[in-house]
Design a protein around this ligand. Sequence first.
Ligand code: FAD
Ligand code: MLT
Ligand code: ZN
Length: 540
Amino acid sequence: MQLLIPTSTRRLAPSKPFHLHRTSQCFNFGKNLILKRCYSQPKRGSYASVQPEHIHALRNILSNKTSLLTSIKGCDATVESVSESELDSFNVDWMGKYRGNSKVVLKPKSTEEVSKIVKYCYDHNLAIVPQGGNTGLVGGSVPLYDEIILNVGNMNSIRSFDEVSGIVTCDAGIILENLDNYLAEFDYTVPLDLAAKGSCQIGGNIATNAGGLRVIRYGTLRGTVLGLEVVLPDGQILDSLSTLRKNNTGFDLKQLFIGSEGSIGVITGVSLLAAPKLKAKNVAVFSLDSYDAIQRAFIKTRQHVGEILSAFEFFDQAGHRIQQVHSRNPKKIFDAGRDAAFFVLVETTGSNKDHDDQKLAALLEVLIESEIVTDGVLAQDTAQFTSLWELRETITEAAGKTGKVFKYDVSLPTSLMYSVVEATRKHLAELGLYKGEGSDGKVKSVIGFGHFGDGNIHLNVISDSYDPEVQSALEPFVYEFVAKHRGSISAEHGLGLQKAPHIGYSQLPLNVDLMHQIKSILDPKKLFNPYKFVYRPPLE
Ligand code: FAD
Ligand code: MLT
Ligand code: ZN
């Protein structure tokens, strides 16, 4: 048993903000870019194609020459065209699964520029994909055909910060980690954290209603976003940028845009309630021999450290093995437990180190004595804190290095959460596609990990390529399984292109109809992020 109980000499005393793992925007294209053969691709809508005269007009809207990138030739001398491959980082998604064919990327510098661009596209029937850091995992952030990419990454200023209320107002294109670093100077933090923090943008986070690692502590963005500024599909600027915590005057319009995945406007400004950055942090990782033990550990954890609990994450053996193979950290921090069936990461955040240490020590004692956990490590310093978090946070990156990943991000009743992994393994094995972890079947690995405390599991199926046979073995199998147990086919990543056709597994027809009506009111020409989210192909 490697479990270390905190003592006064083994204190985690972080004096500086922690820097968790940064994910660089690594595009791993390979030759297996699919996905067109794997599902019935919607037909291109009857949108205009971008012509040199459109480029000239759009160029004239932008204050900076470098804000327009195009591979279209034949424009005037003020526009220098680039090769198609130079647009790859905008056209291809983070997983290398979806590739669009846009010939124009616009990176405006202000809300007014966004508004004029959008109005021009509206008048000329040009389709648009709003884009942030392009770290989305469901194909929502890249075009399907030649839609114009409107990337807000050049809009990255803090507009105001109120140190008393903790309310920050900023541009939507600021990178999440940069926003967090800014707030850290005032002892505040963004109430959202995820492994893509070094690349994703706050606007993209809000557009996907990203969950991440600390929902258990701070709730979702639906509670912490106080206001939004949005450019609507006809170019009008909706100023809903409230900095009030309470405002019961009519419908809460900003909620429509949280999680709207670029389908009804471009988020350009954000006001957000930051959380105090508390200095006492502890993290521990435990090994457990059954999924049932995780559930029991969760009950005990909430009973003992509920008020300081800031994360309760889990991963299975297969996920851990993959992470270890690709770990950049040669020193194995948790070697003893590597053969365990499951692992749990518990983080506490509070304002009184002694108090938190005592509480955590009591929890560890209970978990050990009741034999709920089989082994564990408690971070003793900042380096160990980071290393323990890496065990969980870098699984996504490691899976991408292992092969092509079919990702499912589902909510299920807690007791059933892991059964989606077991059922998928069994199903793939029966079809002869999976012969066990690391074997030579078409499917190399099936892993489960995620946000246990939120009832959200990530099922990742790793194959050598985005093989249509694997795809059709998984879909609708996974969606049917989730629907049967009244779960959600998208807990936090959104619908994007991948799940747009499958919304009916988690939403009733009336709900979907209402969503289409809202889309039609705000985007009557259906120019915004077509083919995704709530989408119905036009009648023939
Ligand atoms: P993009 O990927 O650029 O876009 C995502 C969607 O939002 C698209 O539909 C796009 O059209 C729209 N959009 C982007 N910006 C705007 C805007 N300004 N206005 C309107 N629409 C916009 N997600 C989680 O929920 N939890 C996690 O823990 C998590 N971890 C991740 C870890 C890794 C390593 C990676 C690669 C991704 C992870 N994700 C996670 C997925 C993810 O949704 C986020 O990375 C993030 O919220 C997307 O932000 P982005 O700026 O990259 O947006
Ligand atoms: C995570 O929780 O790590 C993310 O949502 C990313 C993923 O699902 O791969
Ligand atoms: Zn997640």
